[in-house]
Write a protein that binds this ligand. Structure first.
Ligand SMILES: [Zn+2]
Length: 297
C-alpha cells in the first residue's frame, strides 16, 4: 500500500483532523540512517507527526520543523516537513538500542528519549518564523504533541502515533492521527470524540490489518461523525540537499584546511545530517574552491 496523508473536517467543522500512513516513508528513513529499532520508533513517530503538521503549509517555500532535545540515550531528533508531504529528519544517536517496553499503547521509548523539550518552528516564508516550545511530559511524542497544542496554541487536541516493527527490524506499519476541537465545539461532540479515541486500537495495528487510513478515521477516530476529506497527498522521505548546496559550506573550512585536504587526501567530504548522503569534492573541486576563496579576498 502506498503512503497516504489526509486532512479534513467533521461534525459541522467543530473538529478538524489529520491522519497518515507513513510506513514506506519511515522505512526509507530507517535505510538512509541505519536506524536501530528504538530510533526507528522515535523518528517514525516524529515523521508521522511532521507530515501531518506540514499539511497546514500553504506553499513550497514554507516549512515546519519538529525538534526534540532530550537527556536520554537518543538525545533527540529533528524532522523538517514541506507542504506536500516531503519530509527529512534524523535522530542524534541513531544506533542506540534500548529494550522497548510493551505498553497498552504500543512500545514505549520514554526511557530512551528521557527528559527534555519539544520545539515546533513554523517558517511560513513571511517575516520571522514562529516557534513554540514545551517540556516533554511523556517522551512518547504523541502525548507531548497533544500537550504542545494545548499549551502553545490553546487548541484541545488528541494525537495518536504508532509503529510496528517486523522480526527483521524493517517497518511493518507506521502512522498517526491528530484531531483538534474548534472553540465552538459542543459538549456532546467532545464527549463522543474522547470516547472514540479512548476505545480505538493502536493505529499501527489497524494499518497492519491492511486498513486504509481514511477507513481508520471513518470507522474509529471519528466513528459516528459526518466528515469530509479536504486534502490528500502521498508523503515521502526526501531531502533537498545537493553537492552544490554544500559547496559554500565546505568553502567555510578556509584556505588552509582545503589546501591541506588537497595535499593529503586529494578530496573533502560533506555529509548531510538529514538524509545521510555523503558528497565528495575531488581535486578539481578543491582547486576551484581555492580559486574562489582567493578571488573574493
Ligand atoms: Zn540531504
Amino acid at each position: 500500500m502506498k503512503d497516504k496523508a489526509i486532512r479534513g473536517i467533521a461534525a459541522d467543522k467543530q473538529i478538524r483532523f489529520f491522519a497518515v500512513n507513513s510506513t514506506q516513508t519511515v522505512q526509507t528513513a530507517l535505510q538512509s540512517h541505519f536506524l536501530s529499532v528504538t530510533s526507528t520508533i522515535f523518528l517514525g513517530r516524529m515523521i508521522s507527526a511532521g507530515i501531518m503538521l506540514g499539511m497546514d503549509l500553504k506553499d513550497e517555500k514554507s516549512s515546519i520543523t519538529l525538534k526534540v532535545n532530550s537527556d536520554g540515550p537518543l538525545e533527540g531528533a529533528t524532522v523538517v516537513c514541506k507542504n506536500r508531504g516531503k519530509t527529512k529528519g534524523y535522530v542524534k544517536n541513531p544506533q542506540v538500542e534500548l529494550e522497548a517496553e510493551s505498553t497498552l499503547y504500543g512500545l514505549s521509548i520514554a526511557k530512551a528519549v528521557g527528559n527534555g523539550t519539544m520545539t515546533i518552528i513554523k517558517d511560513l516564508n513571511v517575516k520571522q518564523p514562529f516557534s513554540g516550545q514545551v517540556e516533554l511530559i511523556s517522551g512518547e511524542i504523541a502525548e507531548d504533541l497533544a500537550f504542545y497544542f494545548v499549551q502553545s496554541e490553546q487548541v484541545p487536541s488528541a494525537v495518536g502515533l504508532g509503529l510496528l516493527v517486523n522480526p527483521d527490524a524493517s517497518v511493518k506499519s507506521s502512522g498517526g492521527f491528530i484531531v483538534q476541537l474548534m472553540p465552538f465545539a459542543q459538549e456532546d461532540v467532545i464527549a463522543k470524540l474522547e470516547d472514540n479515541v479512548n476505545k480505538m486500537p493502536n493505529i499501527s495495528d489497524l494499518l497492519d490489518m491492511g486498513k486504509d487510513i481514511e477507513t481508520i478515521v471513518r470507522d474509529f477516530v471519528l466513528k459516528g461523525f459526518d466528515l469530509a476529506v479536504t486534502d490528500e497527498l502521498e508523503p515521502s522521505f526526501s531531502c533537498d540537499c545537493s553537492k552544490e548546496k554544500f559547496w559554500d559550506g565546505v568553502k567555510l573550512l578556509g584556505l588552509v584546511e582545503i589546501q591541506g585536504a588537497l595535499l593529503h587526501e586529494g578530496k573533502l567530504e560533506a555529509n548531510c545530517h538529514f538524509c545521510n548522503k555523503t558528497y565528495t569534492y575531488d581535486e578539481v573541486d578543491l582547486f576551484k574552491m581555492i580559486e574562489e576563496i582567493k578571488n573574493t579576498k
